[in-house]
Design a protein around this ligand. Structure first.
Ligand code: HDE
Length: 706
């Protein structure tokens, strides 16, 4: 044992807290109490989890001041043990997510089709908790990889929780739940090397895809601009599967659910998405947070596609196949409500992390279809929640608990948080007149006659893997088709095995020969690979569906977008003011960017503080930029790489640029060739007009396109 020092030589901690001093040294801060007492406010007493008041939260219990820590210190052990267990298993997919509270409001009753009150009571506001996610990356990965976005809505209805757990893409990679672990293993980081995180551009993903023709339609969506959205506020959401609505007479109508963003669809350019990963790992989370905190609540229309079995029988595809969508031209969308997200969670872990969505959370009046992927999901999510949250009582967590009364005879279990009363924990019973009973208004499954051969058999009606992939590609604008070809070239260029690259190009030949040619050229393939013989049914030409595009379904607007104004010492205050006013009036959030965060001394001698420092606020975080500089400021920033990149990237990402005379030096250095999107900063009107959209025609001038 260490030799004891005389305790008299060291000040006991309690004493140092009692000593009143006017200044505090670093050493003394470690002793806690004094500094804390100087903070204004009425503090609650710090206690252990058992309620025992804590007198010292700065020092663990030691045998003597420089001696070993004692096992007896239950305060230390409780605190550290709790900390050690702070993380729960993250979601195996969709680990990275951001969520918000809000409400759903019905604007058109579906009474004819369903008994679900949430879909029949017009004007009623149902609370929701909506979580957006990427699929492949871990919880700490970035927000802007090329990836599908999850779009999960928990509606706390008066008839129980209804979870609509969808994606921003209306189809899926696979047709059968048994393939889900394979597709997820293939896309996630490779097991031997632990990379790439959050990206599909690697061998295992494309190897699996090359052997899975049913994925081709989804691949077209995944390689489109849908998977690099500008904002979570600007994505669509789809329930993907067909569901059923059941009315009071017991009749069933099929339904597909859609969320459509009020701000319109908008995506980034791939190079922009890549640079956003460095500029702001949390770009989408911050964007959602900022919008909600500033009162610009994101909103979506809720729409349905309703169709009968008789209509479905005439579709040129099987609506139970989750790799197929129902074109809006075939079954139009009816808007029946809206969702507004107006409150950021109070606590990320308690709400966003612990929220447990299950497609099996459904309410009377809605029922499942036989989609084999949906059927598998109905099992998977409950199982996942048991492993993630660790208890069958996960429904008691505040974020998961229904907001309507709920009662049954389920009891006990890990972390039971309720204290059920009485002796009746079974049903039926005569002993407790108040115990929970069944109700005729309860959930009923549609009585469907099922017949056919039992077996592990894929329906023949699921065999057409290319027609809708072709329809999707051919429905895109020429710009989007180019982006798709570019995305395929990029992704496949990261694939080491030539046979995988070739196999994918082979599949593309079934989808669209010109696409196959562009990708083959982009990859520098020597010859055109064979198309797989797997296309067992002829590919059908479907009419193009403009609803499948992003461009054209977006809005030419600055509403909900961001404008950056780059300034430096000597900038013209009046010009900055005019641009800021015009952009704000057009609905944009305006930020001033300057070499120093303290701001810049304007020509009139006044100081304008900056919202962002130049090196940390590149133009990728804006939708349009203005550069307002004095001659001297322009010359100075022409030598500053961050300023030149600011302009060059804005130009390369097809954004509008307003520039005054002083800014020309930076534009010159950035090699900007003027076009319709580069306007005089003295003309804010022209700037706003140009800023409302991307300069698509510029694209061919700024990069080599496949
Ligand atoms: Fe999921 N999925 N999934 N999925 N999924 C999960 O559940 C699963 C599928 C989707 O924000 C997991 O709680 C299987 C389609 C979203 O918390 C897990 C199959 C669609 C989220 C699971 C699918 C989705 C998940 C992981 C094939 C679009 C995030 C964590 C049969 C309609 C929910 C969790 C959130 C999450 C299983 C296919 C969307 C493992 C087995 C199709 C948006 O249970």
């Amino acid at each position: 044992m260490a030799t004891r020092k005389s305790p008299g030589k060291q000040k006991p901690n309690t004493k140092s807290r009692d000593t009143k001093k006017s200044s505090t040294s670093v050493g003394e801060l470690g002793n806690g109490g004094e500094l804390h007492q100087t903070v204004a406010g009425k503090h609650a007493t710090l206690t252990t989890n058992q309620g025992t008041p804590i007198s010292d939260n700065q020092n663990s219990l030691r045998a003597h001041p420089r001696g070993p820590t004692l096992l007896e210190d239950f305060i230390l052990r409780e605190k550290i043990t709790h900390f050690d267990h702070e993380r729960i298993p993250e979601r195996i997919v969709h680990a990275r997510g951001s969520a918000a509270h809000g409400f759903f409001e019905l604007t058109k009753s579906l009474k004819k089709y369903t008994t679900a009150q949430v879909l029949t009571e017009v004007g009623v506001r149902t609370p929701v908790f909506t979580r957006f996610s990427t699929v492949a990356g871990g919880g700490g990965s970035v927000d802007t990889p090329r990836d599908v976005r999850g779009f999960s809505v928990k509606l706390y209805t008066q008839q129980g929780n209804w979870d609509l757990v969808g994606n921003n893409i209306p189809v899926f990679f696979i047709q059968d739940a048994i393939k889900f672990p394979d597709v997820v293993h293939a896309v996630k980081m490779e097991p031997d090397r632990g990379f790439p995180q959050a990206g599909s551009a690697h061998d295992t993903f494309w190897d699996f895809i090359s052997l899975t023709p049913e994925a081709m339609h989804m691949i077209m969506w995944a390689m489109s601009d849908r998977t690099i959205p500008r904002s979570l506020r600007m994505i669509e959401g789809f329930g993907v599967h067909s569901f059923r609505l059941i009315n009071a007479a017991g009749d069933s109508t099929f339904v597909k659910f859609h969320w459509r963003p009020k701000l319109g669809l908008q995506s980034t350019i791939w190079d922009e998405a890549v640079k956003l990963q460095c500029a702001d790992n949390d770009f989408h989370r911050r964007d959602l947070f900022d919008a909600i905190q500033s009162g610009n609540f994101p909103e979506w229309e809720f729409a349905v596609q309703l169709f009968t079995q008789a209509q479905a029988d005439k579709f040129p595809f099987d609506h139970l196949d989750p790799t197929k969508l129902i074109p809006e031209e075939l079954v139009p969308l009816t808007v029946i409500g809206r969702m507004v997200l107006d409150r950021w969670p109070d606590n990320f872990f308690a709400e966003t992390e612990q929220v447990a969505y299950c497609p099996s959370h459904i309410v009377p009046g809605i029922d499942f279809s036989n989609d084999p992927l949906l059927q598998g999901r109905l099992f998977s999510y409950l199982d996942t929640q048991l492993s993630r949250l660790g208890s069958p009582n996960f429904h008691q967590l505040p974020i998961n608990a229904p907001k309507c009364p709920f009662a049954n005879q389920q009891r006990d279990g890990h972390m039971q948080m309720e204290v059920p009363k009485g002796r009746v924990n079974y049903e039926p019973s005569t002993l407790d007149p108040n115990s929970a009973r069944e109700t005729p208004k309860g959930f009923r499954s549609m009585a469907i006659v099922e017949s056919g051969e039992r077996g592990r058999i894929r329906a023949e009606s699921f065999a057409d893997h290319y027609s809708q992939a072709r329809q999707f590609f051919r429905s895109q604008t020429k710009y989007e088709q180019t982006h798709m070809a570019g995305a395929l070239v990029f992704e496949l260029s990261k694939v080491e095995h030539p046979h995988i690259r070739e196999a994918i190009v082979g599949h593309l030949r079934h989808i669209d020969p010109s696409l196959a040619q562009r990708v083959a050229d982009g990859l520098g393939l020597k010859g055109m690979p064979d198309a797989p013989v797997g296309a067992i049914v002829p590919v059908k030409d479907q009419p193009p569906s403009p609803a499948l595009r992003v461009i054209g379904n977006g809005k030419d607007t600055l509403q909900g977008r961001a404008v950056g104004i780059l300034i430096a010492d000597g900038s013209d205050g009046a010009a900055i003011k005019a641009i800021r006013k015009a952009a704000t009036e057009a609905g944009a959030a305006v930020k001033i960017v300057a070499p120093k965060l303290g701001g810049a001394k304007l020509a009139d001698g006044s100081m304008l503080p900056a919202d962002g420092q130049l090196a940390g606020t590149p133009s990728v975080v804006f939708d349009a930029v203005a550069i307002v500089l004095s001659d001297a400021g322009g010359k100075m920033l022409a030598k500053e790489a961050a300023a030149v990149d600011f302009v060059r990237d804005a130009f390369g990402h097809l954004k509008a640029i307003a520039a005054d005379a002083g800014a020309q030096a930076v534009l010159k250095q950035a090699g900007i060739e003027k076009d319709a999107g580069v306007v005089d900063a003295k003309d804010p009107k022209a700037f706003i007009k140009a800023a409302k959209t991307r300069q698509w025609d510029r694209e061919a001038k700024v990069r080599t396109l496949p």
